[in-house]
Design a binder for this molecule. Structure first.
Ligand SMILES: [Zn+2]
Ligand SMILES: [Zn+2]
Ligand SMILES: [Zn+2]
Length: 404
C-alpha cells in the first residue's frame, strides 16, 4: 500500500477530529509514523524544492523545516520534537522534508525565505552573485541564480558532522560543472568555498545569511585622486589634469594602443592626463587605471616571476617588478640585459594559450607566444622580432617564465 493513501483502512479513527491522548496511545508505532493525506488533497510544488509536497498529518513528532528556510523560522514554533500531533504539514514523501501548513504558505513567497548573499572572487576581485534562492536543509543544498549574465543552478551535499560542503555549479545549457569545496561556519550562516582552475586561478565562492562586504570591481581599484606612482614610469606622475594637445604614452610604450583611445593629439575638449614633465611622459586616465589595477593585483597576490629567453643557444635572464595574469589579460614590467621592458597581452584560460608584446624603452618590440601550465606556474613558448626592413629575416628563440 502506498503511503500516500488517505483512506488508510487499518484504524477507523479520524485523527483530525480526535485529540484523545488515550486513543492515540492505543495506536501502534508504525501507524504513528505513517502519513495520512488530508481530505482536501492539497499539494504544493515549491520553486526551491525538487519534489512535490502534499498536505497531511504524520504523528511521528516531526519538526517544521522552516527553521532552515524562512527568515523568521517556524511561524507556529514547531522547533522541538513532539509538538505536531495531528497538525497538518506539507510533506515531501520521498524525503523527510516537511513544512507546517502556515510555513508552507509563507514559503511560496520568496520574500519570506532566508536570503543568502553571495559573491565569487577571482584574484581578489569580487563579483556579486544574484541568487534567486539558496537553501540548505539538513544535507540538501539547492540554489539558483545569475552570474555574469548566465543562469545557473547549484546543487550539493553537506555533512553535518564536519560541516564540509560541496557546491556544484552548472550553467544553464552547459554540461560542465564546477565544484566548489568548502566549509560552513559553526552557526551554519556562512560558507567559504573554493575552486582551482587548471591554469592555477583560484575562485572563491562565499555565501552568507548576512550582508557581505561587497564592492564593485571598478570601485575596488579606483585610482586614488592625485598624483600617482605607477610601475609604468619611474617618476611620480602629476595629475589628474584636463589638457588638450598631448599624446598618451600608454600606446607608445606600454600597450598595443592607448586604452583611452588617444591616437593623436587632436582631442579638442581635452583628456585627463597624468604627466612627468622631466621625461615628457603622459598617461591618460584609462591607461593609468589599467596599470594601477595590475600593480595593485600583483601586490596583493604577491606572486613573483622570473624567466629567460634563448637566442642562438645563449640564455638571457629576465626579472620582473610586476607580472600579472588576470581577466585573460597580462601586464608586466621587467628587465633583462637589453634594458627595461613592459609587456602586455592576452591569454585564454580554457586552453592556457597566451601571447604578449614586450616593448623595450628603446622601442624594439618582441612578440611572445606560449602556453601557461602547471597550475599557472610555468609559461613556455617562442619569441620573435620581425625584421625592420623589407627582406630582413626575423630573429627568434624560445623562452620560459616561472612563478614562485
Ligand atoms: Zn512551521
Ligand atoms: Zn619621469
Ligand atoms: Zn592612454
Amino acid at each position: 500500500m502506498g503511503i500516500c493513501c488517505s483512506d488508510q483502512k487499518t484504524i477507523s479513527l479520524d485523527l483530525s477530529k480526535s485529540s484523545s491522548r488515550k486513543n492515540i496511545q492505543l495506536i501502534d508505532e508504525a501507524y504513528l509514523a505513517s502519513f495520512i493525506r488530508s481530505q482536501d488533497k492539497e499539494s504544493i510544488r515549491f520553486s526551491f524544492w525538487p519534489n512535490e509536497t502534499v498536505k497531511g498529518t504524520k504523528n511521528n513528532g516531526w519538526k517544521c523545516d522552516a527553521v532552515s528556510l524562512l527568515s523568521n523560522g517556524c511561524q507556529k514554533g514547531f522547533n522541538k520534537a513532539n509538538q505536531t500531533q495531528n497538525e497538518y504539514g506539507f510533506f515531501d514523501l520521498s524525503s523527510d522534508f516537511v513544512l507546517c501548513e502556515q510555513c508552507a504558505k509563507a514559503a511560496q513567497d520568496s520574500k519570506n525565505l532566508i536570503q543568502w548573499n553571495a559573491y565569487i572572487s577571482e584574484d581578489g576581485i569580487k563579483s556579486a552573485f544574484d541568487l534567486q534562492y539558496f537553501i540548505l536543509i539538513r544535507n540538501v543544498v539547492n540554489g539558483a541564480g545569475t552570474y555574469q549574465n548566465a543562469n545557473f543552478t547549484i546543487q550539493g551535499a553537506f555533512d553535518f558532522t564536519t560541516r564540509e560542503i560541496t557546491l556544484n555549479k552548472v550553467n544553464q545549457g552547459e554540461e560542465q560543472q564546477i565544484s566548489f569545496k568548502g566549509k560552513l561556519d559553526e552557526y551554519l550562516a556562512s560558507i567559504r568555498s573554493k575552486y582551482i582552475r587548471r591554469d592555477g586561478a583560484v575562485f572563491q565562492l562565499k555565501l552568507s545569511r548576512n550582508m557581505l562586504k561587497m564592492r564593485k570591481k571598478e570601485q575596488n581599484f579606483d585610482l586614488l585622486y592625485g598624483s600617482l606612482k605607477l610601475s609604468a614610469h619611474n617618476c611620480l606622475l602629476v595629475g589628474p589634469k584636463l589638457d588638450t594637445q598631448w599624446i598618451c604614452d600608454g600606446g607608445r610604450s606600454l600597450f598595443k594602443k592607448c586604452i583611452g583611445g588617444t591616437i593623436d593629439n587632436s582631442h579638442q575638449n581635452g583628456k585627463i592626463r597624468y604627466r612627468c614633465d622631466e621625461h615628457n611622459f603622459d598617461l591618460c586616465l584609462e591607461c593609468a587605471q589599467y596599470v594601477y589595477m595590475y600593480d595593485q593585483l600583483s601586490n596583493r597576490i604577491q606572486q613573483k616571476w622570473t624567466g629567460f629567453w634563448i637566442q642562438d643557444s645563449k640564455k638571457s635572464e629576465m626579472t620582473f617588478d610586476v607580472l600579472h595574469f588576470a581577466q585573460e589579460k597580462i601586464y608586466g614590467k621587467g628587465e633583462d640585459e637589453q634594458g627595461i621592458f613592459f609587456i602586455s597581452g592576452k591569454y585564454n584560460h580554457s586552453n592556457g594559450e597566451l601571447k604578449f608584446r614586450k616593448k623595450y624603452l628603446v622601442k624594439s618590440i618582441v612578440t611572445y607566444k606560449g602556453v601557461i601550465s602547471n597550475e599557472g606556474k610555468i609559461v613556455k613558448g617562442i619569441w620573435k622580432i620581425k625584421g625592420e626592413n623589407e627582406g630582413e629575416l626575423e630573429v627568434n628563440g624560445v623562452f620560459e617564465l616561472n612563478r614562485n
